[in-house]
Ligand binder design. Structure first.
Ligand SMILES: C[S@@+](CC[C@H](N)C(=O)[O-])C[C@H]1O[C@@H](n2cnc3c(N)ncnc32)[C@H](O)[C@@H]1O
Length: 326
């Protein structure tokens, strides 16, 4: 999965940022329009004020992709912006897009390189794009599913012993009463990322938005094939070994384990809720300010974006927002 997504030449994300939105393979809150960035600017102002309006306060973004969210936030607030971007090709695209903001933007290639500043850290749809280990129960034990080339070079899953102690430790937390054949994912990479976030030198608030479930929802008997899916041109299926590198591969985030890991590493849970509820509240002062006015075309477009971001039938319910304090 890591190679299929991040191989520099052949991975889905490796060569450079792909289009997201109508002409891409999937939508994200960022691709809905600039309102999302405007709401996150409001959040940045709130965190800045709560932290005592410190002069070196910064907004940090990881998974900045083509720099769209950064542009939307930089256009609506005055803070310094730090992007965590390991892929130099993405940095090039981001530098071009954000050139007009000059020295207000800077880049580091890993969380460990961040400065010790007061900050709001943001990421939109990052952990769902991290590689996972697939495991399958035979009714008594869990086996890991490895990828092997079969006849005619077609790829197939082959069960074997779990590949590491870390995986075995996560497997020991899985429910034991699941039926034979039950398949699910273990998110070692996202748990390690959470530990790195806890160790990174900045302090302040962390805002993480993604689609995902609590452990109980994730391991319901009816979800017996797990959540690993591929996306191509807004179509989704579970043929995850086909068209590698041409399709996005993704899983639902296990929010329970992310929160447990965050708390075990010293981060504090501030809030965890549906995106609709979180952004609805954040956008309330803006909505109230529109009362009694006839909205112009720009405001009407922003109101449609608000609807897409918050309505349960669009991004409001399947996406969740986790806010941590550090
Ligand atoms: C589903 S896309 C989301 C892009 C964007 N945040 C949005 O919401 O439109 C996932 C992104 O995560 C990025 N990514 C994955 N691992 C990363 C890492 N360790 N550091 C920074 N970005 C990463 C990928 O390059 C890709 O741009």
């Amino acid at each position: 999965m890591e190679a299929a997504l991040y191989h520099p030449e052949h991975g889905y994300y490796g060569p450079g940022p792909r289009r997201i939105g109508r002409s891409g393979d999937f939508y994200t809150a960022v691709s809905v329009g600039p309102l999302y960035g405007q709401l996150l600017s409001t959040l940045a102002r709130q965190v800045h004020e709560k932290m005592g309006q410190l002069a070196d306060f910064s907004v940090i973004e990881q998974a900045a992709h083509d720099g769209q969210l950064a542009e939307d936030i930089l256009s609506t607030c005055d803070f310094h912006y730090l992007i965590v971007e390991p892929n130099p090709r993405y940095q090039t695209v981001q530098r071009l897009k954000l050139a007009r903001f000059g020295s207000r933007v800077s880049w580091v290639s890993s969380l460990a390189e961040l400065p010790a500043v007061p900050a709001l850290y943001l990421c939109n749809e990052l952990p769902d794009a991290m590689p996972v280990h697939l495991v399958r129960s035979d009714g008594e034990c869990w086996q890991e599913l490895y990828v092997r080339a079969g006849e005619n070079d077609t790829l197939q899953f082959v069960p074997g012993q779990p590949s590491s102690e870390a995986l075995l430790a996560e497997i020991s937390r899985l429910p034991t009463n699941l039926p034979p054949g039950y398949t699910t994912e273990v998110h070692l990479a996202s748990l390690e990322w959470m530990r790195q976030l806890a160790k990174a030198p900045f302090h302040g608030s962390l805002y993480l938005a993604d689609y995902g479930l609590d452990q109980e929802e994730l391991h319901m008997p009816e979800r017996h094939t797990g959540t690993l899916r591929r996306y191509h041109q807004h179509q989704t299926d579970d043929h995850v070994l086909e068209d590698l590198g041409r399709c996005d591969l993704t899983t639902h985030v296990n929010f329970t384990r992310l929160i447990e890991t965050a708390e075990a590493t010293g981060l504090r849970l501030s809030s965890y809720t549906h995106q609709g509820r979180y952004l609805g509240k954040l956008g309330l002062p803006w909505l109230t300010s529109l009362e009694g006015q006839r909205p112009d075309a720009t405001t009407q477009a922003l109101l449609r974006q608000y609807h897409s971001l918050t309505h349960p039938a669009f991004l409001g319910r399947s996406f969740r927002v986790l806010v941590l304090e550090k």
